[in-house]
Design a protein around this ligand. Structure first.
Ligand SMILES: NC(=O)c1ccc[n+]([C@@H]2O[C@H](COP(=O)([O-])OP(=O)(O)OC[C@H]3O[C@@H](n4cnc5c(N)ncnc54)[C@H](OP(=O)(O)O)[C@@H]3O)[C@@H](O)[C@H]2O)c1
Length: 245
């Protein structure tokens, strides 16, 4: 690998590292030389990720990011970081007319409140070095709405907005903030969607992906690029993945 993609000497926090995209991002970052702090709720699956990491000196911390006190504890325990990859997220399709207050709270809590608060607490505690990189996860569905996706799409659109403003505010310190918008990626989240959606709807989604449905590896590469010095002039943008048409 070319030196500019090297993550040696960088310490990166990955949330949602116990599954899917977060798990693969952690593994690929370790293969690029980075040191990891991985977090998730499920201890056994987080252990599995931890044991797949290349190199040494990594750290794993269990935290339920829907709880403010656990975010506080997590951010207290963190070492000084060079990057954050916010993979933790949920999807729960519900037609708009059935949405109640608790549905909004549940979705926003993990998809918006958690990545925002984890970031702001890390910044307040001065645990993110200048010239660090922050990667958020939105979705291509913000451009291609689907039936039942009102809450998920709203939560992810809000996160894109946060990332853009953060980029502006942190630019004087060289801290970059970008948001990835993947199309469908084969993970447990995808499997859950497949169980609920009709075969016709899945076919329609697939047609939006000229390069086919993605794998976690397809996403981990762009994440490593954004964390690396090769992306040092890129901030405040929303990057679609999957060639969605
Ligand atoms: N897969 C796709 O097609 C796709 C497309 C576009 C965007 N995305 C976004 O990409 C990100 C990763 O998705 P994925 O497909 O990898 O999902 P996934 O396999 O379902 O993994 C979700 C992760 O989020 C964590 N998480 C959920 N609730 C949490 C909570 N309260 N506290 C802490 N961690 C929590 C889970 O941890 P535990 O399992 O340990 O609870 C798990 O590690 C998400 O933000 C998703 O919205 C995915």
């Amino acid at each position: 690998m070319h030196k500019i993609f090297d993550l040696t000497g960088k310490t990166i926090l990955v949330t949602g590292a116990s599954s899917g995209i977060g798990k693969q991002c952690a593994i690929t970052i370790s293969e690029c030389g980075g040191k990891l702090v991985i977090t998730g709720r499920d201890k056994d699956r987080l252990d599995e990720t931890f044991n797949s990491l290349k190199g040494s000196g990594h750290l794993q911390l269990i935290a339920d990011l829907s709880k403010d006190d656990e975010i506080e504890k997590l951010t207290d325990e963190l070492p000084i970081l060079n990057g954050i990859v916010h993979c933790a997220g949920i999807t729960a399709p519900i037609p708009a007319k059935f949405i109640r207050s608790r549905h909004i709270d549940e979705m926003m809590r993990i998809n918006y409140h958690a990545p925002v608060l984890v970031t702001t607490r890390i910044l307040s505690k001065k645990k993110l070095l200048d010239y660090s990189s922050i990667v958020f996860f939105s979705t291509i569905a913000t451009k291609f709405p689907y039936y039942g996706g009102a809450l998920y799409i709203s939560s992810k659109s809000a996160l894109s907005g946060f990332s853009m403003v953060l980029a502006l505010e942190q630019a004087p310190k060289g801290i970059r903030s970008n948001c990835l918008l993947p199309g469908f990626v084969k993970t447990p989240m995808y499997d859950a969607t497949e169980q609920h959606a009709s075969p016709e709807a899945m076919k329609k989604f697939e047609m939006l992906h000229p390069l086919g449905i993605g794998t976690p590896e397809d996403v981990a590469g762009p994440v490593c690029f954004l964390l690396s010095d090769a992306a040092r002039w890129i901030t405040g943008i929303n990057i679609p993945l999957g060639g969605s048409l």
